[in-house]
Ligand binder design. Structure first.
Ligand SMILES: *Cc1c(COP(=O)(O)O)cnc(C)c1O
Length: 491
């Protein structure tokens, strides 16, 4: 029996119940005596009548319909779906972290402040920055915060004419969206034939109206920009600042630092690089690090160590601050998980993680190269971008079909149709936490699909065949989601 068949929704049987409450020991007034009649239901709500075991099986079966990093390989490019070690969860659930209130006086929550203080120092060391704010809730939120800092910096110098943000054509969609969010105009910079920023195009577009350039390195093609220091010189040469989208830090952690490459401000996606759960398992955090020139503008409060008392204190005496970007102190539980990850890995562990992430991506790229064309044929970093263009033109099998067919093998699909500059793109990010056996299993599935695309294209085009739901109309599913199985009159 398939999982779908087991999942019967209509389980209600009149009179069946999961609990039997004891009769009250004290007299209770009637509902009519307690509430105005206008607030009372005319008839019972029509809830399902089910036993406890029915409820448990129903929800356990439902939970197993989802793919997750805890039950399978999840090579979703640019998302760094690495395994989330359970020790992080244990740490975040300690009552001293989980059961405190953000409004408690600082002297009663010294442990929490110490975690934030030390985490800030670790992130500074890893990214080559001088200070970090831990408030932003995600990467995109970090981008917004970083751009507000850049704006505050130019304003503080009465340099009001800088209204343009340069964004490469390979950038993640959040980059232009964040720039638009702070009222900037976006100017796109082209990529060259090796997948780097096109230096000539950059020189054409840079000018006194440019506030910043946003760069991901390695970029979303999984390629390290070979001219990054030259880019920094060009950008700084005209008085603009350089923003590092740190979503891809997993490729370079422990090997090089955005600060050393010339970046002025960086956000890190701790839910990617530092293994705190994201996607359905979120929330994440997007701390933002800066060089000294941007420190005065950081959101308040920051954690400081009072040298006289040896106590951690909130520092909100920062007159040039852009103010808060999150209620209280950000997603504190996520910061505890980040701290636990960094401490359990140690400096050597973090460096090894990025080395293995890069090795795994190159292994997949090399082994799949005879079957799928590589978008830019050079050593990749933590992810590789392939294209299924030839299968589309020769057999009518598109990237979407290949991604759907992968689901039948129990794998999550890679990111597809992104980056936008690669037609029929498949962007594969294995991460360091996957074994050789898992990588081989995925590679074999991809090879089998490439053979099916030639011999029996219909099989690929009609996939998936074994999942709880088959091919969906994605647009219709997003626009008109069916979120319930029946309509009940009582609602
Ligand atoms: C994931 C990602 C972002 C956005 O981060 P969120 O935490 O999802 O907001 C930005 N840039 C790149 C390159 C990314 O991969």
């Amino acid at each position: 029996m398939s999982r779908t068949q087991r999942l019967i929704f209509e389980l209600s049987v009149p009179g069946r119940t999961a609990v039997t409450l004891p009769a009250p020991e004290v007299p209770t007034p009637s509902l009519e005596a307690m509430f105005p009649s206008s607030a009372l239901r005319a008839k019972a709500p029509g809830l399902p009548e089910v036993s406890e075991v029915d409820v448990v099986r129903h929800f356990v079966n439902l939970s197993q319909l989802n793919h997750s990093v805890d039950n399978g390989f999840y090579p979703l490019g640019s998302c760094t779906m690495k395994y989330n070690p359970k020790v992080n969860e244990d740490a975040a659930r300690l009552p001293g972290f989980a059961r405190i209130h953000p409004d408690q006086p600082a002297d009663t929550v010294q442990g929490a402040l110490e975690i934030m203080y030390k985490l800030e120092r670790y992130l500074c060391e890893i990214a080559g920055m001088s200070r970090f704010t831990l408030q932003p809730a995600a990467g995109a939120h970090g981008e917004l915060t970083g751009l507000l800092l850049i704006k505050a910096y130019h304003d503080s110098r009465a340099d009001f004419g800088r209204k343009v943000v340069l964004v490469p054509d390979s950038a993640h969609g959040t980059n232009p969206a964040s720039a638009a969010g702070v009222g900037m105009t976006i100017l796109e910079v082209k990529s060259d034939s090796r997948g780097n920023v096109d230096i000539e195009d950059l020189k054409d577009k840079i000018g006194p109206e440019v506030a910043a350039m946003m760069l991901t390195n390695p970029n979303t093609l999984g390629l390290f920009d070979e001219h990054v220091t030259e880019i920094a010189e060009i950008v700084h040469g005209c008085g603009a600042l350089l923003y590092y989208d740190g979503a891809n830090l997993n490729a370079i952690m422990g090997r090089t630092r955005p600060g050393d490459l010339g970046f002025d401000v960086v956000h890190l996606n701790v839910h990617k690089t530092f293994s705190t759960p994201h996607g359905g398992g979120g929330p994440g955090a997007g701390p933002v690090g800066v060089k000294p020139i941007l420190e005065p503008f950081l959101p308040t409060p920051l954690v400081a160590l009072d040298p006289e008392t040896g106590m951690y204190v909130w520092d909100d005496d920062r007159p040039q601050s852009i103010g808060r970007v999150h209620s209280f102190h950000g997603n504190f539980g996520v910061l505890v998980k980040t701290f636990a990850y960094i401490r359990s890995m140690g400096p050597d562990g973090l460096r090894k993680a990025s080395e293995h992430a890069v090795l795994n991506a190159n292994y997949i790229m090399r082994r799949l190269k005879p079957y799928y064309d590589v978008a830019f044929d050079r050593t990749c970093m933590h992810e590789c971008v392939l294209t299924a263009k030839k299968y589309k033109s020769e057999y009518g099998v598109a990237t979407l079909d290949i991604a759907k067919r992968l689901l039948d093998f129990g794998f999550h699909a890679p990111t597809i149709y992104f980056p936008l500059i690669v037609p029929e793109a498949l962007m594969i990010e294995p991460t360091e936490t996957e074994s050789r056996e898992t990588l081989d299993g995925f590679i074999n599935a991809m090879i089998q699909i490439s053979e099916e695309a030639k011999a029996e294209p219909e099989k690929v085009k009609s996939a998936p065949h074994t999942t709880p739901v088959s091919r969906l109309d994605d647009t219709l599913a997003a626009r008109k989601p069916v979120l319930r199985h029946t309509k009940s009159e009582s609602d």
